[in-house]
Design a protein around this ligand. Structure first.
Ligand SMILES: *Cc1c(COP(=O)(O)O)cnc(C)c1O
Length: 372
């Protein structure tokens, strides 16, 4: 089976698996307990906290472990907006190409009296800084624009948007589930106030992630899970030491593997092979997109044949993972101007670092065979 859906979830790295098994054996104690084993678990957790902080230019005290990017995004919106004493600002700006969970959070916040403005991308799928600037109002409390898009691989001008938010005094959140360990992140250079991360997008375990909150200790925050004071009172529940250790291993090695992957030039190899095989295609997004994902529209390909003929050979996502079992077109593809038909003949192909040229040859052969 050739796995082409790493943007939905990356297979667990062997080193992570080893670290997890070891941590499940050694870190069964509660990290809040004051005995030796509890303190050892706490030490391991705090090492990963420091490593993630270092990776993004933050302080360890600004990192909270969560169950993943969805929860981190919930914290970014709800804990910060509900925690503020001054509740007069009730306007939020989000981009049209965010992960689905952002829109679900916004729908909920609308019922709490918030107003939402959705910023459209340009035709290449980029959220331009001036579009964000135009959407900001005097009563804007929060701007949320993802770093790297999960369907297109496009990289948004986060530093530019952050600078605008800083000048306007608006909180800036960015979902970095697809960018951590794949491209540089510096929360100071980028003027980021809140950032979301997920372990399973970089070969770590599912069910663990983190949120960065600038000056966390000085903020008034509403807990998302009320509990016994864990994670600075923001997120109750016994801290998941083994999963965090696995996340830490992924953070420490994924970037190196990704670098090797980038040098293989798999994305451009795929596009050249399609050209050579006379397959009609367009790439959604721009040419500066990160190379682990490519959104391909194949107008002359019978997509259902391609999928049904190959379900035991390729794991392919039509649209995005979240919407692939639904009938509606992906909101990201609609936002970059694709109509329903074009969206239906579009695949998101996302690679693992181990993908080979011969895997790509097989894929191109399968696409060619499904020509209309
Ligand atoms: C996968 C993904 C999420 C969801 O992350 P979970 O850890 O599964 O909750 C959120 N945002 C983006 C951009 C993603 O790619």
């Amino acid at each position: 089976m050739i796995y082409l859906d790493s943007a939905a979830s990356y297979p667990i790295l062997p080193e992570v698996k080893t670290a997890l098994i070891q941590a499940f054996e050694t870190h069964f104690a509660n990290s809040a307990s004051s005995h030796l084993l509890g303190e050892l678990a706490l030490k391991s957790i705090d090492e990963v906290r420091a490593a993630l902080a270092e990776k993004i230019g933050a302080y360890p005290s600004e990192i909270v472990f969560t169950s993943g990017a969805t929860e981190s995004n919930n914290i970014a919106f709800k804990s910060l907006l509900f925690g503020k004493k001054d509740k007069s600002k009730k306007h939020i700006v989000v981009s049209a190409i965010e992960h689905k969970c952002i829109f679900a959070i916004c729908e909920y916040l609308k019922t709490c009296g918030f107003e939402i403005t959705i910023v459209m991308p340009n035709a290449q799928g980029i959220i331009e800084a001036h579009s964000v600037e135009e959407a900001i109002r005097d009563d804007t409390a929060l701007v949320s624009v993802m770093h790297v898009n999960n369907e297109l691989g496009t990289v948004n001008p986060i530093a530019e948007i952050g600078a605008i938010c800083y000048v306007k005094g608006v909180l800036f959140h960015s979902d970095a589930a697809q960018s951590l360990c794949k491209t540089e992140i510096d929360v100071d250079d980028m003027n980021i106030d809140i950032m979301s991360f997920s372990a399973h997008k970089i070969g770590g375990p599912k069910g663990i992630g983190a949120v960065y909150i600038r000056d966390l200790r000085k903020r008034e925050l509403q807990p998302v899970i009320h509990g016994a004071g864990q994670e600075q009172g923001l997120r109750g529940g016994t801290v998941a030491a083994p999963q965090i250790v696995g996340f830490g291993t992924a953070i420490s090695i994924f970037s190196n593997y990704y670098q090797v992957f980038k040098e293989k030039g798999i994305r451009s190899y795929l596009l050249k092979s399609l050209q050579r095989s006379d397959v009609a295609y367009t790439v959604n997004g721009d040419d500066k997109a990160l190379p682990h994902v490519v959104s391909l529209s194949l107008p002359n390909t019978n997509v259902s044949v391609l999928v049904s003929d190959n379900e035991h050979r390729f794991c392919l996502a039509q649209g995005s993972a979240c919407s692939s079992r639904e009938i509606e077109a992906s909101h990201v593809l609609t936002a970059v101007g694709l109509d329903r038909e074009a969206a239906n003949s579009t695949f998101r192909i996302s690679f693992t670092n181990e993908i080979t040229y011969s895997d790509i040859d097989e894929l191109v052969f399968a696409i060619k065979r499904a020509a209309i």
